[in-house]
Write a protein of this length. Structure first.
Lengths: 332, 624
């Protein structure tokens, strides 16, 4: 087990190195650089940019250097824990990201818990009552959830909440609480504002999870050990919970691997639409304005999280399911 | 008792006359009593700028705005519009922060500050702040590697700068510099002063070396110049430590999603009753996604909103008027044309290039656009049709010039094209001289469907001329590069930025002076780079425009400048270098029912106008 973990970690290093190069090149691929985007933005508002000033900024940001030099500069910085400088915000990247990461964590963990709470009973019911009216009805709802574009649902729900309950549109709290220290009323405001994003981001995930759980459970229900159990007269519920359900838990655990990167990037579009103070919109904005160190650091962070997440979920799966643990051992 | 209005008007024009004793601002009373702030008489300059049109309003309250980016903190400098010189809504240039200015021969400018005027931290605002900028910033090779800004140079030569007293400075050029005073009044003004007492500590020539090195390292900047630049953000307006002269000073340090601006207790303007402006104590700027701003505005989350609202939001915003507690006003925008077609006179394709350079073809294309239809279909008939020219509201406006070659007359257009020797082919299109059918690709930035909708309508009306238009949406950067290199034949963009110009404003936009002028990018680039790139102008009309623009800068006196403007406008009307379609479209301006002092009718423009700035938001006030 230990060698397995060490080997996985060793593979991670070259993977990250390759990813960093690809990320950097892709960010630089569109024509122009941050400053051309900046000039274009100024001009679209009717402002003119002083060419001398732009030249000065280009030199100051090091954008006049060749690409490989900019890359080396960035990577060396990252190794020392310096994620570079955000042009857009004119602040170090670490300051910009700041406490947004905590709100992202809060949002995404709430979403995952929402998915689990909703998906588990429904998946269970659908599998045990296959092709019943209840199954068809819930499946239909699930597909609706899967098919509705998130941002549309977000807009509709925001509108309804505004009209019916008077909750302010967008954001994760009422405007007067921004920049205020945490208090009970602020927490209440955050909880209120969490409902829509959690439901919206959760719907698609819930639908997918229901399908996976249902399929897995159905597979298990056909197996001979279930038939044997039934034949031996085990009570139905106990039989289900003790064997097939445990088998079909794998997708829940495997999902942890995806969860970590989602915390940073996932739900970006919804957050954008609802203007949530999470990291998603910041990443999109950084990519759009070619704010390369901010975007690059985000993407590197994402890749690192994906690798770590996958490793964690593999380990958790091995703990949970002896078949995986033993099968892995047999191969080596 | 107030004097009758007739008496009032001449009185306030006399400089230095304040009509009433200053009145303390209620929200500052506590700080004045505790001694943290001096009383209002000692905060105001000896001669405040008394605004006859302000109020009478009520002090207090906080104004909510919505913005899309943290960088929009600069909008508060734009809205605040405290400038050395400023434009009135009638576009008269007058002193604002300055008490007065004397101009000799258009080249010697003596600026008189208001004695006793103070920065927002209470430090005096004096000639030293001008000297610091000119000697330690503009002429410092590390802070300004390319030297002083272009607006400070005439024929490449800087002015002689003199300090004539505590509050008097003088700039003398060898030749007239007509653009100097207008540049001081810009929406993004030419800043020729700095709060030297604050910035000194970041300047290598003034700071203690050890402390400066430490500060640079602490802020993780590459050099002291980078640190100085970061702190010196008068326009960006994101440094709460930087003293300001604006009506509201920033209080929040970025990054944040909510920026608060509080009143500048040393602001230099008062109303006639002696109340120090601004009336509003606090401005709160909430940051939201730009796509969400119309929806949030409709729910009443903003007291004054125009930025990020578009004309197609009007119906939606109108619906929210009741519950949202606001009214939608429709102001005019000030661009020469909101949408215009730019034939590329520097196109790489030699056939199209010579056609575009033929004025008969340009006139025919202009006559072939059914502008009324565009106006009715897309703008509910609320826009102004006509070519790219000045709008009503500009002192130089002439409807005849705007409508010249801008009617819809397919017969006349066809006659012109026949004259230009473009024969019809059998399939209903004209043939180019080299035998290709007349199919013209018009490239757009494709950011809104508005432009492609307009192009569809132009497509239909141009078919009557035997010309087939194809619209090609492109990413903005790509589009620019294709135009600059001449690959794009024709493009869509908005017309002149300043459709409200007066003779005192620079006509550079009308002459080939910039690469961004999409009808002649290469000629513009030639000027911008002083001949290092691009091509020299090789066409008579643009050459004359170029000479006139130069003559304007040297012109002595308003009469001469007016004559030059007039000739340039006539050349444009006659030659139709840009095919304007509609202009003066309406900008929805949402004004909360609590907010008073915002004009019913106004124009929403960047330069001149500074969006709301020209209507002086320091005069706006909030009812109970």
């Amino acid at each position: 087990m230990l060698t397995y973990v060490v080997r996985r970690l060793c593979i991670a290093v070259p993977t990250l190195a390759v990813v960093s190069a690809i990320v950097f090149v892709i960010i630089q691929l569109p024509p122009g650089d941050y400053l051309t985007t900046y000039i274009a933005e100024l001009q679209s508002q009717g402002e003119a940019a002083d060419s001398g000033k732009i030249e000065f900024l280009r030199r100051q940001y090091g954008l006049d250097q060749p690409l490989w030099k900019q890359y080396v500069f960035w990577v060396l910085g990252m190794l020392q824990g310096d994620f570079g400088y955000s042009f857009e915000y004119d602040l170090p990247v670490s300051d910009v990201v700041g406490d947004r990461i905590w709100l992202s964590l809060l949002l995404n963990f709430s979403t995952v818990i929402f998915i689990w709470i909703v998906a588990f009973p429904i998946g269970f019911y659908s599998a045990t009552h296959q092709y019943s009216w209840g199954d068809h009805g819930l499946t239909f709802l699930g597909f609706l959830g899967l098919a509705t574009p998130n941002f549309l649902l977000a807009l509709v729900l925001m509108y309804l909440l505004r009209i019916e309950f008077g909750i302010s549109i967008g954001g994760l709290m009422d405007p007067e609480y921004v920049e205020q220290p945490m208090s009970w009323s602020k927490a209440g405001s955050i909880a209120q504002h969490l409902i829509v994003p959690v439901v919206v981001i959760g719907t698609a995930g819930t639908a997918g999870m229901i399908r996976r759980l249902r399929a897995n459970l159905l597979d298990e229900l056909q197996k001979q050990y279930v038939v044997t159990g039934r034949a031996k007269g085990l009570p139905n519920l106990r039989l289900l919970l003790k064997y097939p359900v445990r088998m079909s838990l794998n997708p829940f655990v495997a999902d942890i691997g995806n969860m970590l990167p989602q915390i940073v990037s996932g739900s970006a579009i919804v957050s954008m639409v609802m203007s949530l103070p999470t990291t998603g919109p910041m990443l999109i904005e950084a990519l759009r304005s070619q704010d390369m160190y901010l975007a690059g650091s985000f993407l590197m962070f994402l890749s690192a999280l994906t690798i770590v997440g996958m490793l964690l979920s593999d380990l958790a799966l091995a703990l949970l399911d002896p078949r995986i643990r033993l099968g892995g051992g047999a191969q080596r | 008792m107030r004097p009758p209005a007739v008496l009032l008007a001449p009185l306030v024009l006399v400089p230095g006359l304040s009509l009433a004793d200053p009145v303390e601002t209620p929200s500052l009373l506590d700080r004045v009593r505790s001694g943290a702030l001096p009383p209002v008489e000692r905060r105001l300059p000896a001669v405040p700028h008394v605004d006859p049109e302000a109020g009478p309003g009520r002090h207090g309250g906080s104004l909510r705005l919505l913005m899309a980016k943290a960088k929009d903190t600069r909008q508060m400098v734009v809205y605040g519009y405290a400038r050395l010189m400023c434009y009135t809504p009638e576009l008269v240039l007058e002193p604002d922060i300055l008490e007065r200015v004397e101009v000799k021969g258009g080249r010697i400018f003596t600026l008189h500050l208001r004695p006793g005027h103070k920065w927002s931290d209470g430090h005096p605002f004096t000639a030293e702040d001008f000297r610091y900028w000119w000697e330690d910033v503009a002429n410092n090779s590390e802070l300004s590697p390319v030297g002083p800004p272009a607006a400070m140079l005439v024929d490449g030569k800087p002015p002689v700068f003199e300090v004539l007293g505590e509050t008097v400075v003088r700039y003398s050029w060898e030749a007239p510099n007509a653009g100097f005073l207008p540049a001081l009044a810009g929406a993004r003004p030419l800043y020729i002063y700095r709060p030297s007492h604050y910035l000194r500590r970041f300047h290598a020539a003034h700071a203690a070396p050890g402390a400066l090195v430490e500060a640079v390292e602490k802020a993780r900047r590459r050099s002291w110049a980078a640190l100085h630049n970061k702190r010196d953000s008068q326009y960006k307006n994101d440094n709460p430590d930087l003293p300001t002269l604006q009506p509201w000073a920033p209080e929040t340090r970025p990054p944040s999603d909510r920026f608060v601006f509080t009143r500048n207790p040393y602001y230099h303007r008062t109303d006639t009753a002696g109340r120090q402006l601004p009336y509003i104590d606090r401005v709160v700027m909430n940051i939201a996604a730009s796509g969400l701003i119309p929806a949030k505005t409709a729910s009443g989350a903003s007291d004054l909103q125009a930025r990020y609202l578009r004309f197609d939001n009007v119906t939606f915003l109108k619906q929210g008027e009741g519950p949202g507690g606001y009214k939608v006003r429709l102001w005019r925008t000030g661009k020469g044309a909101h949408a215009a077609l730019y034939p590329n006179l520097n196109a790489a394709d030699p056939v199209w290039r010579s056609l575009f350079r033929d004025r008969r073809v340009r006139r025919a294309l202009s006559l072939g656009i059914y502008r009324e239809e565009v106006n009715e279909v897309i703008y509910f008939g609320l826009a102004l049709t006509g070519n790219n020219s000045l709008l009503p509201g500009s002192p130089l406006y002439d409807e005849a010039l705007r409508q010249h070659w801008a009617g819809f007359d397919p017969d006349a257009a066809n006659a012109l094209l026949d004259e230009a020797d473009l024969p019809w082919s059998d399939d209903g299109l004209r043939l180019l001289p080299d035998g290709r059918p007349a199919e013209l690709i018009v490239e757009t930035a494709g950011e809104s469907t508005e432009e492609t909708d307009i192009l569809q309508l132009v497509h239909d009306s141009w078919l009557k001329l035997g010309i087939k238009l194809h619209a090609k949406p492109l990413q903005r950067e790509l589009l620019r590069n294709r135009i600059f290199s001449g690959q794009a034949l024709m493009s869509v963009w908005s017309g002149w930025e300043n459709g409200l110009a007066s003779a005192a404003m620079s006509p550079a936009e009308l002459a080939p002076t910039g690469q961004q002028q999409l009808q002649w990018p290469k000629w513009g680039q030639y000027h911008e780079t002083s001949g290092a790139a691009g091509e020299p102008v090789d066409m008579d009309g643009p050459r004359r425009l170029y000479a006139l623009n130069d003559a304007w800068r040297r012109a002595d006196g308003p009469e001469e400048r007016r004559r030059i403007w007039r000739e340039m406008l006539e050349i444009h009307a006659e030659e139709v270098f840009v095919l304007g379609i509609v202009g003066g479209i309406r900008q929805p301006v949402v004004v909360s029912d609590r907010l008073r002092g915002v004009p019913e009718e106004g124009y929403y423009n960047w330069e001149p106008g500074a969006h709301f700035g020209i209507f002086r938001p320091d005069r706006f006030w909030l009812a109970e």
